[in-house]
Each structure stands twice: as structure tokens, then as C-alpha cells.
Design a protein around this ligand. Structure first.
Ligand SMILES: Cc1cc2nc3c(=O)[nH]c(=O)nc-3n(C[C@H](O)[C@H](O)[C@H](O)COP(=O)(O)OP(=O)(O)OC[C@H]3O[C@@H](n4cnc5c(N)ncnc54)[C@H](O)[C@@H]3O)c2cc1C
Length: 396
């Protein structure tokens, strides 16, 4: 979008961050008269052509329904989407596993696996076609001034200004905007890294996802197409640094050994990507004419694959509140609407966030009582129906 000299453009909503969450949120307002701007510090050529980042996103049925509703799911070719039929969780060296099967949730699969860069690509394709959404790229937001009774004014790093009824920040778990608005976050640094990569293997995964909580590292195999899987390894910074330095041949050997040749010989496809394991939970999701969405609100540990799924739930809550306000001819940036969003998101986010952090802490603890508890919990979840039902509910 280009500005005329000294022009101050007004929008109903300004979204900061054009990651998958920022774009999905804007897409929810296609076919409406809401005037939206998305601001991102990255240039358009990078946003429009996202690079492979190693992340393969496990999507729940709820998330797929949302992507269908905003008209994105139907555009993603089926050849890129894999079905997860079953999930197995194993602890230490024991062969006992906790399992979840698709028929337990009365669906044809537990969820779907799709590379993150493709979600971003097809979300961008959608946004490009929406006339009420304007993309302002290659700029940051230098300051936000809010007049509670009227609007917010955003000063951009290119010297231009925009005004809006509501600012929505989706600028990652390390959100600069959150900080600029004076909102702090609970930050949990696990002092570990996660390596993600795609590997091909001789034996079929049979569309089963595996999570191995070993004593020194956690490893997951997420089933993709054609005997390929996403391999996710969480370990200490030292160990991950050594794994990143291994030659391809050494890495392949290490991985097939780690999986005890359960999938036969394994071969790296593409690069390895390393992410630091830091989770964040914002102390408030709102401020005056301001809301946080996506990882900027809650940055989950990826081990339970809930991050983006929770982000979409948050978007749906905020979208519904805004649409209701419009129907009632109310101010969309009012505290009444924002507070309702905050209460509803907190209610779904806090149990997931605490449970996920708790699982990670327990299943990476090598202390003897913790090892016993790990085994007991797997059996309890498997055997006690109401407990298992609670876990299955999160997959719907
Ligand atoms: C290894 C890994 C595996 C994962 N697997 C899963 C999974 O299986 N299932 C699941 O549900 N979730 C998963 N997640 C989580 C998921 O990837 C994130 O929740 C999701 O990508 C968050 O999207 P976002 O748009 O909020 O943030 P981001 O993707 O971080 O995007 C932020 C955007 O904001 C922009 N930006 C940043 N700062 C500024 C600024 N100052 N001004 C303007 N723009 C700015 C950036 O350029 C970027 O475009 C995984 C995460 C990781 C790391």
C-alpha cells in the first residue's frame, strides 16, 4: 500500500505481524466492510513466498473447520496434507504406550499434518484477493498512542501515520508491541532446543504419530506422505548443537539407531532447523483499544502441538466478539468487547499452557520418583476413561 504525502490513513483494525495468525485473523473479515491494515517488518517478497522452516503443523479438526470457514483449506492441494490416524506416547525404555485412536473421537483421523510454510503460503494467497485488507510491508511500528474515547494512532518507522479503532498485535512470542504497550509476560526458558527435520524411512509409519519421552531427549515422529515423517528432537543446547554439526550420513545413522530401526533405515530430506524452547504467557491479552493474538498472547511449547491450534481458537473468539459488536452497532475497540475476549481466551489457554509445561517438566525429569510417575500417568490416562476423554477432547 502506498501513502500520499502527509496522508494519515484510517483503518477499523490494524494488525501488527503478518505471520499465519495475523493473516488468518484478517481473512476472517473477508466479505465485510471492515477496513484492515496488516503491518510487517518483512518485505512483501518474503511474506508472499514463505520459505520451508522445518515446522510441520499438526492441525485439529476445529482448526481445519476454521480454515474451511475462512476459505483457505479448500485451496491447499490434498497431496500436501497427511492424516494422523493414531498417536502413541512412550516413556523411557518401556514398550508400554498410551494411545489415542481416531475412532475414539468418532472421526476418520485424529488430525492433519501440513508444513507450516504451506499454511502461510495459502493464507497469503487468500489475503491477496481481499479488497478490504491492505498490506504495509518493510516497516515497524515506532509508537502507539491511544485515545480510549476515540482511536489509536500508530507512528510507522517510515515516517507515516495510521489511525484505527483497534490495534491487534500478532508479532510473535517475543512481541515488541506487547512490550511497547507495557504488558509483560510469564516466560519459561526450558534451556533446551528443538531440532525439526523431514526424514524418509524404509518402513511405513502407518499414519501413526509417535512421541518418545526418553531420559535425555524427547523425540517425535509425525507421519507425512510417502514414507516420510517430520522428526522432532528436543534435547539440551549442547546435545542439539552436536546433532546439528553431524554430517548427513552420521545424522541418519544416529536417528535410525535412536528409533531402534523401528522404521528401518532413515534418510534426511532437506535441512535441519533448530528452535529454542521458550514458552510465554502474556500477563494481559488486552489494553486500551489493543489486543494480543497468536504467539504474542500465548507462546506454547510445541511438544503437544497446540500452539497454532490455540491461536486459531483465540482468533475465532475475538472475531466473534467484533462481529457481534458490529451487529449491535457498538465500538469494536471498547473495553467491554476486549474484556470478553480476554476472559474467554484465558479460560481455554491456561489449562493447555500449564498442562503442556507440566508434561514437559515431568517427562524430561530423570529423578527416580518422576520416572515412576511418568509410567503411572501413561497407564492412568489409558485405563481411566474420563481422563482419556479429557485428552481426546483437545484433539477435536
Ligand atoms: C518447531 C515447532 C513446531 C510446531 N508445531 C506445531 C504444531 O504441530 N501444531 C500447532 O498448533 N502449532 C505448532 N507450532 C506453533 C506454531 O508454529 C506457532 O504457534 C505459530 O506459527 C505462531 O504464529 P504467529 O503468527 O502468532 O507468529 P509468527 O509465526 O512468529 O509470526 C510473527 C510475524 O510478525 C512479524 N513481526 C515480528 N516483529 C514485528 C514487528 N516489530 N513489527 C512488525 N512485524 C513484526 C514477523 O515478521 C512475522 O511475520 C510449532 C512451533 C515450532 C517452533
Amino acid at each position: 500500500m502506498s501513502f500520499k504525502k502527509n496522508e494519515i490513513v484510517d483503518f477499523d483494525i490494524v494488525i501488527i505481524g503478518s505471520g499465519p495468525v495475523g493473516i488468518a485473523f484478517a481473512s476472517a473479515f473477508s466479505n465485510s466492510k471492515i477496513k484492515i491494515a496488516i503491518i510487517d517488518k518483512m518485505p512483501k517478497r518474503i511474506i508472499s513466498n514463505p520459505k520451508v522452516d522445518g515446522r510441520e503443523i499438526a492441525l485439529t479438526h476445529n482448526s481445519v473447520s476454521f480454515l474451511k470457514k475462512i476459505g483457505v483449506w479448500k485451496n491447499i492441494p490434498k497431496k500436501f496434507i497427511s492424516e494422523i490416524k493414531e498417536a502413541r506416547v512412550l516413556d523411557g525404555i518401556s514398550n508400554y504406550f498410551l494411545n489415542f485412536k481416531h475412532f475414539e473421537i468418532q472421526k476418520e483421523c485424529l488430525g492433519y499434518l501440513i508444513p507450516n510454510y504451506l499454511i502461510k503460503k495459502y493464507l497469503f494467497k487468500k489475503i491477496e484477493k481481499i479488497s478490504n485488507v491492505n498490506l504495509i510491508t518493510g516497516v515497524e511500528c515506532s509508537s502507539i498512542k491511544t485515545d480510549e474515547k476515540k482511536f489509536s494512532t500508530i507512528q510507522l518507522s517510515n515516517g507515516k501515520k495510521v489511525t484505527t479503532s483497534m490495534v491487534v498485535a500478532a508479532d510473535s512470542r517475543f512481541s515488541k508491541t506487547r512490550k511497547a504497550m507495557g504488558i509483560s509476560a510469564f516466560v519459561h526458558d526450558f534451556s533446551k532446543n528443538m531440532i525439526v527435520c523431514r526424514m524418509e524411512h524404509e518402513k511405513s509409519h502407518k499414519n501413526i504419530a509417535y512421541e518418545y519421552f526418553r531420559y535425555q531427549q524427547t523425540q517425535a515422529l509425525l507421519p507425512y506422505k510417502n514414507n516420510q515423517s517430520s522428526i522432532v528432537t528436543t534435547a539440551s543446547k549442547n546435545e542439539t548443537s552436536n546433532l546439528m554439526k553431524l554430517s548427513e550420513k552420521e545424522f541418519n545413522y544416529h536417528m535410525q539407531n535412536n528409533f531402534n530401526y523401528s522404521f528401518g533405515k532413515m534418510k534426511l530430506k532437506g535441512k535441519r532447523y533448530c528452535y529454542p524452547m521458550v514458552t510465554t504467557y502474556s500477563k494481559s491479552f488486552i489494553s486500551s483499544r489493543f489486543a494480543l493474538i497468536g504467539d504474542a498472547a500465548v507462546g506454547m511449547h510445541p511438544v503437544t502441538a497446540h500452539g497454532f491450534n490455540l491461536n486459531l481458537q483465540g482468533i475465532e473468539i475475538l472475531t466473534n466478539e467484533i462481529k457481534l459488536a458490529l451487529k449491535n452497532k457498538e465500538d469494536i475497540g471498547s473495553q467491554k468487547i476486549l474484556r470478553r475476549y480476554q476472559i474467554k481466551l484465558h479460560k481455554v489457554a491456561i489449562p493447555l499452557y500449564l498442562a503442556t509445561n507440566g508434561i514437559v517438566s515431568l517427562y524430561t525429569n530423570n529423578f527416580f520418583p518422576a520416572k515412576v510417575a511418568r509410567q503411572v500417568i501413561l497407564r492412568m490416562v489409558n485405563l481411566i476413561k474420563p481422563v482419556k476423554k479429557t485428552f481426546l477432547h483437545a484433539l477435536k
